[in-house]
Ligand binder design. Sequence first.
Ligand code: FAD
Length: 497
Amino acid sequence: ADGARVPALVIGTGYGGAVAALRLAEAGVDVHMLEMGMAWDVPGPDGKVFCNTREPDHRSYWLRTRTKAPVNYFIGLPLDRDIPRYTGILDAEEFGGITVYQGRGVGGGSLVNGGMAVTPRREDFGAVLPSVNPGEMYDVYYPRANAALGVGTVDPDWFESAACYQYTRVGRRHARRSGLPFVFVPDVYDWEYMEREAAGTATKSALAGEILYGNNHGKKSLQQTYLARARATGRVTVSALHRVASVAPASGGRYTVVVEQLDTGGGVTAVKSVTADRVFFAAGSVGTSKLLVKLKATGVLPLLNDEVGRDWGENGNVMCGRANHLWDPTGALQSAIPCGGIDNRASGRAFAEVAPLPTGIETFASFYLSITGNPHRARFSWNPVAGRVELDWQTAWKQPSIDMARSIFDRINAKEGTVYRSDLFGAYKIWGDHLTYHPLGGAVLNRATDGHGRLTAYPGLYVIDGALIPGNTTVNPFVTITALAERNIEKIIATDL
Ligand code: FAD
């Protein structure tokens, strides 16, 4: 309520925020979470909470009047459609040179993502978080995060015969024929539930094309894991459709947090003010960076250091499709949850998920999301004339990602005698290089913050999300975001409370 005072306020309900809330509550601290997106706990008119990728409606996108599907063409035909403007679940946030996809709602990115839960190889960790002791991460915090998130792997025997993973088996065969290692990719989807979907004994979610706009069944999002445990402590409350606009120093070492309550059309219906002893920025890499850069530049938090806004990267994301021969169909039924990848990290700095095209028809396409070692880093800055935070990412900066991904797919195409698909991202466009699903950085650990996420100029302010990670995790990022949050909150609880 307006004028309230809380011991700990968490901005955002994604991975970092959910870890902070649970561990603070377990330590006896009352926590209030503010989330700009919706609660996603009430069914819509069709009886479902979430809409399907094949029939996107008002629930699909955050305040857009037209969908902006990541794969937006098929056989050269545009797929996007008009939708009513609504506080939908997926934000396709457009900056100058890149569209950044993010989840909006209680659960953050866990609501929309593919659930792929990958721990980086230990030998790569020094490049991911150079100031963090790998021993404690691999012995304590990665295992803690994987257990709490409910990470599992497809049953290899079931995989071999499942119709819905023919696309992955084709991807494996092509990788192996080119001498590239295939690996199973762990996921938080309930694999036994998926087996029941395939057997026809459970309501279909992954096997009905659900992903991107939410899964009505099967996927263990943060709503089922960390956030459920946090609420069960009785110490955590959550306000959805509440967007933080400002965090300013107040008397007694506390902070005044200004919050805008939104309606489902995106309008501000009330402006509230809350006083907090401690504030945790967990609005995601982009959300946290935007807040901190604006608050520093506008003189609200002028002592934040000059590292704020820097070292932002897109985890080297790039997508592509390959056209298969007619004797290599990938299947009309494709599980929306990937379960395998091609690992060329060692010689090509590329890790490619064998991704579905869950269109419901045979496409004769193999589709991939590659995570690459793109070295480019961008910076957020405040534009006082426009009154907004901008990002200086350049479109051409994806070229290293494309080159790294080609270390896999040029090789496979040469071996198989196949070509790239050029109809998935617009006419004659091979590479999906206009976007990222994996924004990272902007308030990097040990640079913008101290070694545990403290914004030291302002005691009681912390960053605890993907903003801490300098641009790349070599694999899908949420396990690392979760494990790092577990490490930092343990230290903060032990020393600051
Ligand atoms: P988020 O999860 O982004 O949470 C931040 C929350 O803060 C959001 O709910 C947001 O609405 C809220 N917020 C922002 N600003 C404000 C504000 N001012 N006031 C109040 N609330 C605010 N990663 C993987 O590891 N595996 C995958 O398979 C995978 N697939 C993905 C697929 C898609 C389509 C997308 C979009 C992402 C995917 N990711 C995946 C990435 C992963 O979801 C993110 O890395 C992760 O969610 C980031 O966690 P976070 O805690 O930093 O922030």
